[in-house]
Design a protein around this ligand. Structure first.
Ligand SMILES: C[S@@+](CC[C@H](N)C(=O)[O-])C[C@H]1O[C@@H](n2cnc3c(N)ncnc32)[C@H](O)[C@@H]1O
Length: 282
């Protein structure tokens, strides 16, 4: 510490205190410091001798303690980037994952036409709906979630980003969509089995079970969506689903049994099967 007070350089040295809980302790400290200072991370390297005002230093210490208890960085800074969009996040739903960007890439490859009607089931922060809206301003996107706080959050993200082609509403899967028809239904539903050991590790400990866990070894919500989707799909429309990397065989089977055609699975860069889709019969 300098003789006048705590400096940026002093606080950066606290990174080692995060080693037991984080794979990226230095980055975490930089993000938290940048957040309390309201500055980009580059500022920390340009002005390491800057002294922090006592209230800022106290705020930083509070966040550091919460991180030391394992709380996700995204909850501490209340935001997360997805598809280059800055989304507000909170504990009501999932923190958007980079893996889910494969769903966006695949949807954009599958459908290359204007004025597509899209349903994002289990929207959470609105990540999928808003990413698609940013790419296709002429698509009409309805985003639903069963959790009222998540609906509010997605609506807030939509308003802040200024998209006028996204509507958000509460619905228990299809319960509040009667009479509606879509050209694409897209979802990243809960798909983790209740006894999965990962639920006790890392960020997921702080995320709601409702966003993560499904009965029937993680397949119950995928099954419900696949069985009911055809009532809301136009002829020739697509159903596109993220799932666990060991669930692809089962999801393809469910799609086939439900009557979908042109069924396929996509893998992420490390080669894990991350999503499957099918087309409703034309
Ligand atoms: C894995 S999270 C995905 C959130 C977001 N789409 C994303 O990719 O970041 C699953 C979401 O489904 C919502 N959900 C769970 N059960 C639901 C249901 N029965 N009807 C609608 N949404 C549901 C959860 O609240 C949660 O927001």
């Amino acid at each position: 510490m300098s003789k006048h007070g705590v400096t940026i350089a002093d606080l950066l040295k606290l990174a080692s205190s995060l080693e037991p809980v984080s794979d990226s302790p230095r980055l975490d400290i930089e993000v938290l410091l940048g957040h309390v200072l309201g500055k980009p991370r580059s500022y920390l390297y340009t002005w390491p001798e800057t002294q922090l005002a006592p209230d800022i230093s106290q705020k930083f210490q509070g966040l550091l303690q919460r991180r030391q208890m394992g709380e996700p960085i995204a909850h501490l800074v209340e935001k997360k980037e997805f598809w280059s969009l800055e989304l507000e996040v909170n504990a009501s739903t999932l923190i958007p994952r980079p893996e889910t960007e494969l769903l966006i890439e695949t949807a954009l490859q599958l459908i290359d036409k204007p004025r597509v009607r899209v349903l994002d089931l289990g929207t959470g922060t609105g990540a999928i709906a808003l990413a698609l809206a940013s790419e296709r301003p002429d698509w009409q996107i309805l985003a639903v979630d069963v959790v009222a706080e998540a609906v509010l959050l997605a609506g807030k993200n939509c308003t802040r980003l200024g998209f006028n082609n996204v509507t958000v509403r509460e619905s228990d899967w299809f319960s509040n969509l009667s009479g509606m028809t879509f050209d694409l239904i897209i979802a990243n539903p809960p798909y983790i089995a209740a006894d999965d050991a990962h639920l006790g590790q890392g960020d997921v400990r702080f995320e709601p079970r409702r966003a993560l866990v499904a009965y029937k070894q993680g397949l119950a919500d995928l099954d419900t969506i696949i069985v009911d989707a055809h009532k809301y799909l136009a002829a020739g429309a697509w159903l596109l689903l993220e799932h666990g990397y060991q669930q692809a065989d089962r999801v393809r089977e469910l799609l086939s049994t439900a009557g979908f055609v042109d069924i396929n699975t996509c893998s992420d860069l490390p080669g894990h099967e991350r999503l499957s889709y099918g087309r409703w019969r034309a």
